[in-house]
Write a protein that binds this ligand. Structure first.
Ligand SMILES: *Cc1c(COP(=O)(O)O)cnc(C)c1O
Length: 454
């Protein structure tokens, strides 16, 4: 074994190989040396595990491949042809043009993030966005942090550390990515008190569970699953009345943060932030990058005194957002203020795109590709991102039956520049135009054409 280990070349030997030297000249000697060390390290591990030592050429290939990945820009822009509008693995909501421009405008320079330009004195990084959140949700004030999980953690820590939080058994859920309501409660130092049953919970269940240690009634939107049939949940208005009577607060975790009515697009009702506020939630929590259609962020809106309590809590500093996020979020919210969200925000453009229009684009893709054996047919797009479970939008897809195995074809699509992400169904590759931005059409056609010819 030690002989095999000794047969591996030295770092110097690899650095002197022509292709590696070229890499070091193009990037940086130190960075490439780091890559060489890591490739050698993993080769050593494999040899120790009993594998044959790799050839010098194989090592150099691995170095070139790893360096080109490590030293390139990341994350990369990809084309989403999956039909999943809020694809978590693909970074959820694409930003509007205005949001991209706003983010770019502040990214490379200094900003008035915490300076009041009228007085030259220190300003608040939340004042402006709080105003926009009031405008759009009807709440007195709002606060933005890193994501909704952080917003909830902050809210529960500030209000329920060492106290009890009452949650319906049907709402003590896992949201995805290991994010579970009971775990967040535990992290915040609160005690979870579950009430009701998985399918039915009444206001009376909350009332009975209130003790002198209770501080929060927490209502969680079951965003990524649906319980049907014999069900009941306590309505927010009744919970708000109960909380007020007993000197408690109601938190409402909405998940998605819809500011527009999803039923206008043939989807079931997703609770809206405005309703949560008007029905009396003391604080409503939601994401910036789900149905809101903005950057990753967690937003809490509600009564000013509660928003201020969260803002002043030491944990707020640990989960605060930066200027680029705030610029993109502010531009996103302005689309709602102007009433132009459905035409400006990609997420809502996709959701509101009529199936007939999707079909036209699929037909155009087919004719551009000149594919006789491809077919345009009805299918379903989904919302994704833990919003509107099982709910689909009627769509049309271009279905291509490749000559190579579908897994291989889809891998070729992923290696295009930019990569195209599609889905496989029954040995066919389906491309859903709904989630492909119109300006991406030519790149998609080019990638599919290249994948077809190998
Ligand atoms: C998605 C979701 C969260 C987590 O939001 P992030 O912004 O991803 O942290 C929390 N609660 C509910 C109900 C959700 O749907």
């Amino acid at each position: 074994m030690s002989t095999n280990l000794r047969s591996l070349p030295s770092v110097e030997r690899l650095l002197s190989a022509t292709r590696v030297r070229e890499l070091a000249e193009a990037h940086s000697h130190d960075a490439v040396t780091g890559v060489v060390r890591r490739v050698l390290e993993s080769a050593r591990e494999k040899v120790k595990a009993g594998e044959a030592p790799p050839t010098i050429d194989a090592l150099i290939d691995a170095i070139v491949e790893r360096a080109s990945r490590t030293l390139a820009h990341w994350p990369r822009r990809v084309t989403n042809a999956t039909g999943v509008v809020l694809h978590t693995n693909l970074g959820r909501a694409p930003l509007s043009k205005a949001a991209v421009e706003a983010a770019m405008a502040v990214a490379g320079g200094y900003t008035d993030l915490e300076m009041d330009l009228a007085t030259g004195r220190r300003g608040s990084r939340m004042a402006h966005i709080s105003e926009l959140l009031s405008q759009t949700t009807g709440a007195e004030a709002g606060l933005v942090v890193n994501n909704n999980a952080a917003a909830l953690l902050l809210g529960l820590t500030a209000y329920a550390q060492g106290r009890e939080v009452i949650v319906s058994r049907g709402e003590a859920v896992e949201i995805g990515g290991g994010f579970r309501i009971p775990d967040v409660l535990q992290q915040s130092g609160a005690t979870l008190v579950e009430v009701g049953t998985t399918n039915r919970t009444y206001v009376g269940d909350y009332e009975t569970a209130i003790t002198e240690r209770t501080s929060v009634l927490l209502k969680v939107h079951q965003s990524n699953f649906a319980i049907r049939g014999f069900t009941h949940t306590a309505d927010l208005e009744a919970l708000a009345r109960l909380a007020k009577d007993r000197g408690l607060v109601v938190f409402h975790d909405l998940g998605s943060g819809a500011l527009l009515d999803t039923t206008a697009y043939g989807l079931p009702k997703e609770p809206m932030v405005q309703e949560s506020v008007s029905q009396g939630a003391d604080l409503a929590f939601f994401s910036g990058d789900k149905l809101l259609g903005g950057p990753q962020a967690g937003i809490a809106v509600g009564r000013r005194a509660h928003v201020d309590t969260l803002a002043r809590h030491p944990l707020a500093r640990a989960v605060r957002v930066e200027k680029v996020t705030l610029a993109a979020l502010s531009a996103t919210l302005l689309s709602y203020v102007r009433g132009t969200a459905t035409s400006e925000l990609p997420v809502w453009r996709m959701i509101s795109m009529p199936a007939a229009e999707v079909r036209k684009r699929a037909e155009r893709w087919k004719s551009d590709l000149g594919l006789a054996h491809a077919e345009v047919r009805e299918s379903k797009s989904t919302i994704g991102g833990g919003s509107l479970p099982d709910e689909t939008l009627p769509t049309y897809v271009l279905a291509v039956r490749p000559e190579v195995p579908p897994e291989r074809f889809i891998a070729r699509l992923r290696s295009a520049d930019p990569p195209v992400i599609a889905r496989i169904e029954a040995d066919e590759i389906l491309f859903d135009p709904r989630t492909v931005l119109v300006e991406e059409d030519p790149l998609l056609i080019e990638a599919v054409r290249a994948a077809l010819t190998g």
